[in-house]
Design a protein around this ligand. Sequence first.
Ligand SMILES: [Zn+2]
Length: 391
Amino acid sequence: MNGGLALLFLLLPVAAFSGWVLGRRRSERTSGERVSELSTNYFRGLNYLLNEQQDKAIEVFLKLAEINRDTVETHLALGNLFRRRGEVDRAIRVHQHLISRPHLSEDEKTVALLELGEDYMRAGLLDRAETLFTDLVAMDARAPSALRHLIGIYQHERDWSKAIENAQRLERATGESQSPMIAQFHCELADLARAQGAYDEARAQVAAAFAIEPDCVRASMIEGHVEASTGHLDAAITAFERVAELDVDYVPEILSPLLDCYARTQSMQRAEEFLSGIIERYQGVSPVLALAKLYAATRGEEAAAQFLDRILRQRPSVRALMALIDVNLSSVSGEARENFLTLRDLTRQLLEGKAMYRCNRCGFGAKAHHWQCPSCKNWGTVRPIHGVVGE
Ligand SMILES: [Zn+2]
């Protein structure tokens, strides 16, 4: 639903009110002009909204709010309009004014408070928004909405413990499982602990993630890193291989540490088997490049070049082409070498600035992998882009 439409729905109660006004007008012609002005104004405002003429819509709704001070919906629509236009100060004033009015029902007040909280978030006043939403949760008023906003704030502040706490509350309030998201929060804590060398704490957080999300890809990945860092290479290999089993799209993320573990345990045979198996069921280019590198080391550059040449014909890829140029560079000289260098430069330019990942929820493109989409804030939706210039 686009913004204009969303607003229209918000204004539906006003439309009902106007309908009532029109009906009343027929029976009581005495209230006459004022009522007529109200509904005319309302429909004019609606018309402006439909035509995306927000300035004029605001003007009309402001007037409407003045004429009829009891119309809560008009204030809400107006505040929402201001916020969407980035005029957060005005939105805050409208909502504060609404909240300060007597005779507001509990529910109306709660809705206005929620709106005000969103204004604060938009204005970057996260402390105020946090206090407001926490109060609403404590009052048990519209708890799910307030909890969702609170979780958003704690994610933004990277306060993962509070994010977990509130996500669990949201589960209890709605009965809907938040396990995938909570597992991600535990993984965030595990990553922080790992970065500080607190491996036991990292293991505990990984275990907490597995407890609620047994097939958590990210927890497997962190487990691999923790075990690799602490010298448990076989356990690390098992964990990394499990990542590929759970979700083959994450292979590019674990390839380098996994290959390192294979090398350190001198399991090159197992490495070759793993890579060959992955290439069968994964369309990306990363394992192809890794296997070519392995062939170059174990069977010579000729074998690597032949392998790359064969794969390139099956699945064209600029990155594989670059690798093919690289393995051939060492065997050519003079003008041919110059040409190869030019070609390599051109292919590099083709890849430069290209997004390698895309969010399958909002379409956000990124050069690096993100667990949480920087744009729509969903977890686990950023995936590698496959294709000629992609992964
Ligand atoms: Zn997204």
